[in-house]
Design a protein. Structure first.
Length: 317
């Protein structure tokens, strides 16, 4: 894993275009409908950008509709432990099924459930559905207009289902426990597992290491900005973090994506409140460590299952 790396050459112009394409509608929706609608719309834009390059229009529409249904159900469920746990399990199975087509195709659907349910997005069930569909469609249109390309990366059926079931059980259990125990921001544990434990085995080590190292370094940046800079200076750091996050997402190392994501989230969430910033930073780092540790255990289990399956194939060959 490369600790620090440069973004891919030639991606800077596309970064500016993508930043404008994301910020302009997000700002408009924030003004007209509020921050929750903007967050839901923005998350769904990411989903639309993920599914469109590797799907036919009809397939992308179905996937966006599935995400909208899950978002609506999550908004209805709120912070009800058993309902959110059930939805996480369902989304993990759908994630597994879609990974057979291409790895990570529906990776944002469990995140949608977490944020639309107990998370920061506060919308009614029908608003959730509308904003997910709107964001997904706009994300797909942006992808088409900017001519984004992405390779189709199918996952072997056994690997896809083992990953989906293991991640689903773990994250459902985590969500039930954190909600039943009223642990603030405990859902970050599940988010860490979902984002860092990739369906393709060859990617898991780098993403798990990158999530841990990047979050720790990003938390230090956020802490320094919140403690030593005025509000406008901290917001500049957050805005720059957003810019570099998009730049590195177009082809940089995962550790740099985690490093830039963390200060952006923590600074925008605290908005000049020092005590709030310190609390969120400590929670972010602590829950990331717990999430990575849990994901490592699952990764070891998945590797064991893979070796057992290969051994059985060898015996029957």
């Amino acid at each position: 894993m490369a600790l620090f790396s440069r973004p891919l050459p030639g991606t800077l112009p596309m970064t500016f275009k993508l930043l404008a394409a994301i910020l302009v509608p997000s700002i408009i929706i924030t003004v007209l409908a509020g921050p929750s609608a903007s967050m839901g719309f923005g998350l769904a834009m990411g989903l639309g950008m993920a599914v469109t390059p590797v799907s036919k229009p009809q397939q992308a529409a179905v996937l966006i509709f599935i995400a909208a249904v899950l978002g609506s159900l999550a908004s209805l469920a709120g912070s009800t432990p058993w309902a959110i746990a059930l939805l996480i399990m369902v989304s993990a199975l759908l994630f597994a099924a879609s990974n057979r087509r291409s790895a990570g195709l529906l990776s944002l659907t469990p995140i949608i459930i977490i944020l639309f349910g107990p998370g920061a997005v506060d919308l009614s069930w029908w608003e959730a559905g509308v904003w997910v569909i709107a964001g997904g469609v706009v994300g797909g249109l942006i992808t088409r207009m900017l001519k984004f390309q992405a390779p189709v990366r199918p996952v072997e059926p056994f690997v896809a289902w083992e990953h989906g079931i293991a991640v689903g059980v773990l994250c459902a259990a985590v969500m039930y426990w954190t909600l039943a125990s009223n642990i603030p921001h405990g859902y970050w544990i599940a988010v860490t597992v979902l984002m860092a434990l990739r369906p393709l085995p060859e990617e898991r080590r780098d993403t798990l290491n990158g999530r841990l190292v990047g979050t720790f370094l990003g938390a230090i940046i956020a802490l320094l900005a919140v403690v030593f800079l005025p509000l406008w200076g901290a917001l500049v750091v957050a805005a720059l973090s957003m810019f570099f996050l998009i730049w590195y997402t177009l082809g940089g190392a995962y550790v740099m994506q985690a490093l830039t994501l963390t200060p952006m989230l923590l600074i925008f969430s605290s908005l000049g409140d020092l005590d709030r910033g310190l609390e969120l930073t400590a929670e972010r780092v602590g829950f990331t460590v717990v999430g990575v540790a849990a994901a490592v255990v699952v990764a070891i289990l998945l590797r064991y299952w893979e070796r057992q399956r290969q051994s059985r194939k060898g015996l029957t060959a």
